[in-house]
Design a protein around this ligand. Structure first.
Ligand SMILES: Cc1ncc(COP(=O)(O)O)c(C=O)c1O
Length: 392
């Protein structure tokens, strides 16, 4: 064989050794070679489990999907290129065989509002928003609308309301609607939506699951009934996560419970400290005894684990005052994400909820003087010292 031929074939496509690596490697192959054409035929025909093309399935993705499926108590999962991609395919899977109508919690992530109103609605999917913490209103809207899907977040962004997922799921079940829950903020350490009656759980894996601020990814976990539809949709339009990001997420998830426990503990310490600070007007934290959803918190979240997020309003602060406060931060990172090992702060008014109309922002209760903090795993006293000097 000529050198050009040897260069592209030598050493490749060897059968793996009997000894397997202790952790899943990054499999980058776009396509896979079967033993025979008959075997490939069976794999393409879904008669045999195996790999043919990485838009359909691939080993690194599968390892992550199995890992998160186990954490969430689901039947199967699909790792996606972002949380938004995961939400979109999750919604399509929910609506596939149902009425093309979504009833959504109104206090949800800004881009999710846009996904509903600027992408799905123009394609003919009806969208109605409701206050998910007003159970009577939720019941009335579901009964009237008979939606195909009810969309919720477990802990809302950025005001940290705790959704009665179990109670809404019971209402949705009677109406024949699928329940899709964005579980990014609560994570499976705090709450597992499928065990509370939801059929689909979605994460921005960018956040707590990957946890280090170096991955953009999402994951959809479903029950048995929705899994085939999810995989079928994915095979066609291919929102899948790349193998490098799958590997990083798989690795991140191994320490996620440890990180999350620490983040919850730090958040409790910070919420308590902020509550006593004279410059702080209001603290939003699910662990507060006076939290408006204290009853759901007690029923749904484990004792002492109330999430790693704390939001607060700085008394009398206008937008520029918040900019100045955040510019003074030395340790806390001004970053548009959450769930990382380091503490992050965000100004929802100009970032996560920037494109939400002022009317909708007002309805959601998002004011100019509100900041949202994602508490990291640092020593709590160092985070407090940074807040102290910045809140001058
Ligand atoms: C609750 C929630 N859901 C979904 C997303 C979207 O995730 P991604 O940025 O990975 O697309 C975010 C992003 O901040 C989020 O906070």
């Amino acid at each position: 064989m000529k050198i050009q031929t040897v260069a592209v074939h030598a050493g490749e496509r060897k059968k793996p050794a009997r000894q397997i690596p202790v952790s899943t490697p990054i499999h980058t192959g776009a396509s896979f070679v079967a033993e025979s054409m008959n075997e490939l035929d069976r794999i393409f025909g879904d008669e045999e489990k195996g790999y043919a093309y990485s838009r359909f399935a691939s080993p690194t993705n599968e390892a992550l999907e199995e890992q998160v499926t186990a954490l969430e108590g689901g039947h199967g999962a699909l790792a996606c290129a972002s949380g938004m991609a995961a939400l979109q395919i999750g919604l399509l899977a929910a609506l596939m065989d149902r009425r093309k109508s979504v009833v959504s919690a109104q206090a949800i992530y800004g881009a999710t509002v846009k996904l509903l109103m600027e992408v799905l609605e123009p394609f003919g999917i009806a969208v109605r928003f409701v206050d998910a913490n007003d159970l009577a209103a939720v019941e009335a809207v579901i009964r009237e609308e008979r939606p195909g899907c009810v969309l919720l977040e477990t802990i809302s962004n950025p005001l940290l309301r705790v959704t009665p997922v179990d109670r809404i799921a019971a209402v949705a079940r009677e109406a024949g609607a699928a329940v899709l829950v964005d579980n990014t903020f609560a994570t499976p350490l705090l709450l597992r939506p499928l065990e509370l009656g939801a059929q689909i759980s979605v994460h921005s894996a960018t956040k707590y699951l990957a946890g280090h601020g170096d991955v953009l990814g999402g994951i959809v976990i479903t029950d048995k009934a929705h899994f085939e539809t999810l995989r079928k949709l994915s095979r066609i339009y291919g929102p899948v996560l790349g193998p490098f990001e799958c590997y990083l997420t798989l690795r991140g998830v191994k320490t996620f419970p440890l990180r999350m426990e620490r983040q919850c503990r730090n958040a409790a310490t910070l919420a308590e400290w902020l509550g006593r600070h004279p410059k702080v007007e209001k603290v939003y934290y699910p662990g507060d005894a006076a939290h408006p959803d204290a009853e759901h918190v007690k029923r749904l979240l484990p004792e002492g684990l109330y999430g790693g997020m704390v939001s607060f309003e700085v008394g009398g602060a206008a937008k520029q005052d918040i900019f100045d406060f955040m510019d003074r931060l030395k340790l806390i990172v001004r970053g548009t994400s959450l769930g990382d090992v380091h503490t992050l702060m965000l100004h929802p008014w100009i970032s996560s909820h920037r494109d939400v109309s002022p009317r909708h922002k007002e309805r959601m209760g998002i004011r100019e003087n509100l900041v949202r903090m994602s508490v990291g795993i640092e020593a709590a006293e160092d985070i407090i010292a940074d807040l102290e000097q910045a809140l001058q």
